[in-house]
Write a protein that binds this ligand. Structure first.
Ligand code: SF4
Length: 433
């Protein structure tokens, strides 16, 4: 998900956007100053991130996936990927990895144009993606810094059992916390962690209110293209901070006001005039042509009212909240509950419930070449959800940050056909457009 350091040229910037942009700029400049200030940092991944725990040691999180997608939005990923491929990384490797490695080899200049510090610790929350492990092996070779791995069991049977929870809790207590103590020079402070988790829960309440606002007609938000901005702070470096609490409170107030006024979402060209299609989205967006991609939907009056991508860093709308009364257990449950750690039947259930609960006209899968965690099984998901909800599914293909795999004409054609299919179904079903 992007952080608004790269906000597209929206016609009007909401106060929450400005606030988010300032938060992110401040975070990156704090990172850039780290060699002088002595502040230490932890590189870690979005799914299953332990932001509150990291910050409770006064360590700063760095999320390589965020840097990669931000580089893509700034038009830099093509060169970074080429650099990584010249070094021998195959065309088939996840492009987040190649973008990050290319950035590192080109001076490790982050999204705001400032140099990122070297990691003091690599914290690998292993949530299902084997690539994560290989990625940090490469960074370890480069930086020679300590690595700690949290192995998060996959929800193969669609549930979190006591033994799974204990397995993660034990690792947090005996591996992760000691590693954070060693790097930071501080002792684990559970009261401090509890305070942060309480702030997380407040922000999570507000985020859920924002996402739920899309149940209205018209939806005041786009829960995919707009949604990726909304999840930025909570999925990355800010969960548990006062900044995040203030941001989500402001965002919620803005969205609720748009809802009261029966306004549609703000798109790259300003507020959407008329909501014609309500869709559910599955899969990450394309970042290299993000604005163009979004416009293909907005120009047709298509609004994404719910999306699975905005659940990769936490599935809050089904009730999960960080619980300060059980600090380590709640972190374990959070890690196991992220979207890509769910099995295919759970993902089908989620999509089907979104289509029904948000009264969507259909659902659309953007299958990205890079990400097996997302893309494996998506054709099966397409058929299952279609059978379950009786609404048409659409399928398009692109990539995360490799511009070679974004074919605008192809995607536009497929989208147009898909929207026609929805209209025909509507006409055939005698529903009002
Ligand atoms: S394959 Fe997917 S989950 Fe794994 S690192 Fe790449 S984008 Fe992330």
């Amino acid at each position: 998900m992007p952080e608004t350091a790269a906000t597209p040229a929206t016609v009007h910037k909401e106060d929450s956007q400005v606030r988010q942009k300032n938060m992110i700029a401040a975070h990156y400049s704090r990172l850039a100053r780290a060699p002088e200030t002595g502040e230490k940092n932890v590189y870690t991944f979005v799914p299953g991130n332990l932001t509150e725990l990291i910050r409770s040691f006064d360590l700063l999180p760095v999320l390589p996936e965020i840097n990669a997608l931000q580089s893509a939005m700034r038009g830099k990923s093509r060169d970074y990927i080429a650099t990584a491929e010249k070094l021998g990384h195959s065309e088939d490797v996840c492009t987040y990895v190649k973008c990050d490695l290319g950035m590192m080899k080109s001076g490790n200049v982050g999204p705001t144009g400032e140099r990122l510090p070297q990691p003091d610790l690599l914290l690998l929350s292993y949530t299902g993606c084997f690539t994560f492990m290989k990625w940090f092996e490469l960074l370890r070779e480069e930086y020679h810094c300590p690595v700690v791995m949290l192995h998060v069991p996959y929800q193969g049977d669609g549930v979190i059992t006591d033994s799974m929870r204990k397995y993660v809790v034990d690792q947090l207590r005996t591996k992760v916390i000691p590693a954070l103590e060693s790097v930071s020079g501080r002792s684990y402070d559970e009261d401090r962690l509890r305070e942060m988790l309480a702030r997380s829960a407040r922000a999570e309440d507000d985020l859920v209110a924002v996402l739920n606002a899309a149940r209205q007609r018209p939806s005041p938000i786009d829960a995919y293209f707009g949604g990726v901005y909304y999840i930025g702070p909570i999925f990355s470096a800010f969960r548990g901070t006062e900044d995040a609490v203030a941001y989500y409170s402001l965002l919620r107030a803005e969205v609720e006001e748009r809802g009261r006024q029966k306004l549609g979402p703000i798109t790259p060209d300003g507020p959407m005039a008329r909501e014609r299609f309500r869709l559910v989205g599955e899969g990450p967006p394309n970042w290299t042509s993000f604005r163009e991609f979004w416009k293909m939907f907005a120009d047709e009056g298509a609004v994404v009212v719910a999306s699975t991508y905005t659940k990769v860093g936490g599935v809050y709308d089904f009730g999960f909240r960080h619980d300060p009364s059980r600090p380590i257990e709640t972190l374990a449950e959070y890690c196991m509950g992220c979207y890509t750690n769910l099995n295919l039947p759970s993902r089908v259930d989620m999509l089907a419930s979104y289509v029904r609960d948000y009264r969507a006209d259909g659902f659309l899968i953007n299958s990205v070449k890079s990400c097996n965690s997302f893309s494996a099984g998506q054709l099966h998901i397409l058929r299952e959800v279609e059978n379950r909800v009786g609404q048409p599914g659409g399928f398009i293909e692109s990539d995360l940050v490799d511009p070679r795999y974004f074919s605008a004409a192809n995607i536009k054609n497929r989208l147009e056909s898909y929207f026609q299919m929805i209209e025909q179904k509507r006409f055939g079903g005698g529903e009002a457009a």
